[in-house]
Ligand binder design. Structure first.
Ligand code: GLA
Ligand code: ZN
Length: 680
């Protein structure tokens, strides 16, 4: 942990929201009421200035910080800290018109009009200069302000890519740096295919999905270029406020950025979570997915993170978004804390009066009332967070799941015998789900940078693109006694998306080779049939869908065999003892029932620690977290009916009511209870 990371050890959990004070300057009564209600809701932080550039710099070089001074002072007077934003997420209209180069160009070469937000060119020297100027002013002006807690750098960067001349020149320079010569590039992209050979760097245009090496590198470049922009953006912040930690709000991992790389340059990870609660007949699958993303954000730095945005009720940009039902807000907020969040914040404090988000949920609605259920729900979260301070520990998981952005990009680009429903993210979540159900804590890892030693089990679903360092590290992990689970569609291409010739680097570890991948239509039938007396003590038959690798074993032993078609009887699940460890291969896409039974057996074999030993009812889970010198058990019920959790031995105490508990705890429908574990 660096010094500045250590500095972010607040002895309270954060509770607050995006606060757009500047929209209400003409409404003094409303502003006054805001601060009263913030105190009442136990809010101790507000994110401010996120989209304020046009207010801060109404004309080029003319600044107006008065309103922000006033806001910062008022926050401080009310005991509220500021997560102060840099405004680069939305550019002022005057700037877009004076300097068209700051607007992005699409793949057809059309420059965008001035509209929307989050759409600046990441390369434009003019935009970088303008951002440097405003950030320098902000940093100098507020560096000693007592309200400043942290920087909120920009807003929701994305890797959407800009096709302007400046970006193309930067891309070509990036390629020169990566490949050195055009010959090397032509080889890496296999451009002899379809006569795609480049004879000059200037011919390279990232608009051709048939050259997957090109498009994969373009995605890498756009991610790197946004990171480069971010590094330029934070220079004045680091220079003038070296002690102020900084964050930038991440999103779910499908915005084209390699967040593992970003995370290395920020002090605190934060993210914006908008699960689609109440969108399915059952709530808990949404909870599993959400837990996965929380764990991912905790894992980026293996540190507590912040839930920077969540809605206290509904959104207005999803097809259908129902207001949170009673209980859901507290439950979903505590879920984030259970998985490592040191704070819960909302978009937005007050619903704006106009504009596209005027019907988005907020703590205070247009009909502002402290009697509204949303406000009471928010208050209740505030009360819980106050009881739970401080919390800075992270889980010591024994299981890790490899989540690799570059693999996801390459797999998405690949033209396979089956292109429908490759579903990298969904499959990672499917492999994660049994651990959620068993209350076994799990980390996500990048593999090439993560320390693998604490883990007993590493799972890497669909590791299509296999970088050499990852292959080597997994191999060493198994030889030293670890257990690895790999699946179909793994180890097919190298880092340049070139297929491995002959043996995949995974062959020794897997003890098998893959001859072909069968792909299945929905009406096709395939199964895996468990071998008698297999190591996992499993039996019976499970369906296989979508993908089925046809394998030949070297040293691997079949645990299950295919039940149908011309490869019936060939291995479908294998175990290979390798060095001091073992590697499993699940050769076909198995259903959630199989994954559940498989990982339950494996967890028992490996004696993986669980937060609660007794089996949990379906839709109920548990997480453990240290708070100072106490351990809290978070028990969460995502079912619409009451549930009971059997506790391990010992004495427990409800964190909010102080009630003493033994043997079992009852959970209300959509209920959460946080209990301190007391030693007997
Ligand atoms: C994002 C943005 C916010 C707001 C919310 C609405 O997360 O960062 O400014 O638009 O979405 O859900
Ligand atoms: Zn550009």
């Amino acid at each position: 942990m660096t010094q500045i990371e250590q500095r972010f050890q607040p002895n309270f959990l954060l509770h607050g929201a995006d606060y757009n004070y500047e929209q209400w300057l003409d409404y003094p009564d409303i502003l006054e009421e805001d601060f009263r209600l913030m105190r009442e809701a136990n809010c101790n932080v507000m994110s401010v200035g996120i989209f304020s550039w046009a207010m801060l710099e109404p004309a080029e070089g003319q600044y107006d910080f008065e309103w922000l001074d006033q806001l910062m002072d008022t926050l401080h007077e009310n005991g509220i800290q500021a997560i102060l934003a840099t405004p680069s997420g939305a550019k002022p209209a005057w700037m877009s018109h004076a300097y068209p180069e700051i607007r992005r160009v699409d793949a057809q070469g059309r420059r965008e009009p001035h509209f929307q937000r989050h759409n600046h060119c990441p390369t434009s020297p003019v935009y970088r200069q303008k951002v440097r100027q405003i950030n320098t002013h902000l940093a100098k002006r507020y560096r000693a302000h007592p309200a400043v807690l942290m920087w909120h750098v920009s807003n929701e960067y994305n890797g959407g890519g800009c096709h302007c001349d400046l970006c193309y020149a930067a891309f070509r320079a990036w390629l020169r740096n990566r490949y050195g010569t055009l010959d090397a590039l032509n080889h890496a992209w296999w451009t002899t295919f379809w006569s795609h050979r480049y004879t000059d760097w200037s011919q390279i245009e990232p608009v051709d999905g048939s050259i997957q090496g090109l498009m994969l590198d373009w995605q890498r470049f756009t991610s790197d270029q946004m990171l480069d922009f971010f590094l330029a953006e934070i220079e004045p912040l680091r220079a003038h406020t070296p002690d102020v930690p900084l964050t930038t709000n991440f999103m779910r991992p499908d915005v084209g950025l390699d967040y593992w790389r970003f995370a290395q340059h920020i002090d605190v990870v934060s993210w914006d979570s908008y699960p689609r609660w109440h969108s399915q007949p059952e709530e808990w699958p949404v909870a599993v997915e959400t837990a996965f993303y929380h764990d991912l954000h905790r894992s980026y730095k293996n540190q507590p993170f912040l839930l920077m945005e969540s809605t206290p009720s509904h959104t207005n940009w999803q097809g259908i978004s129902r207001p949170k039902k009673p209980g859901m807000h507290l439950l979903s907020s505590m879920q984030a804390v259970a998985h490592g969040a040191d704070g819960v914040q909302y978009f937005q404090w007050r619903q704006s009066r106009g504009g596209t988000e005027k019907f988005h949920g907020a703590v205070i609605g247009h009909v502002a009332s402290r009697n509204a259920r949303v406000f009471q729900d928010v208050k209740s979260v505030g009360a819980h967070l106050a009881q739970l301070s401080p919390a800075t520990s992270v889980s010591q998981a024994e299981v890790a799941l490899l989540y690799d952005f570059q693999n996801e990009w390459a797999l998405t680009l690949a033209q396979l015998p089956r292109n429908e429903e490759k579903q990298y993210q969904e499959r990672c979540i499917a492999h994660y789900r049994p651990f959620w159900q068993m209350a076994v804590p799990i980390d996500l890892i990048a593999c090439s940078t993560s320390n693998l030693m604490p883990y007993k089990l590493i799972i890497a679903p669909m590791l299509y693109l296999l970088r050499q360092d990852i292959a080597a590290r997994l191999d060493t992990f198994v030889r030293r006694g670890g257990t690895v689970v790999l699946t179909y569609l793994s180890g097919l291409v190298d880092e340049s998306d070139l297929c491995f010739i002959g043996a995949s680097p995974l062959r020794p570890m897997l003890g098998l080779w893959v001859e072909q991948t069968d792909v299945l239509f929905d009406h096709n039938t395939q199964t895996l049939e468990l071998e008698a007396d297999n190591d996992l003590g499993m039996s019976g038959s499970y369906p296989i869908t979508h993908f089925a690798d046809i394998v030949h074993t070297d040293t691997a032993i079949p645990v299950a065999r295919y039940g149908h078609d011309y490869y019936a009887g060939q291995a479908a699940v294998t175990i290979n003892r390798y060095g001091a460890g073992q590697c499993f291969y699940v050769a076909g896409r198995a259903d959630t029932r199989f994954l559940h039974d498989f990982y339950t057996a494996l967890s028992n074999n490996l004696q993986l620690a669980r937060a609660v030993s007794a089996p949990l009812p379906l839709g109920v889970t548990a997480q453990q977290r240290r708070h100072g010198d106490q351990t809290a058990l978070y028990l969460m019920n995502f079912q619409p009916s009451s549930q009971t959790v059997e506790l391990d031995g010992g004495i427990y105490e409800d964190a909010l009511t102080g009630e003493r508990l033994r043997h079992s705890v009852d959970l209300e429908p959509l209920g959460v209870r946080i209990v301190w574990q007391r030693l007997q």
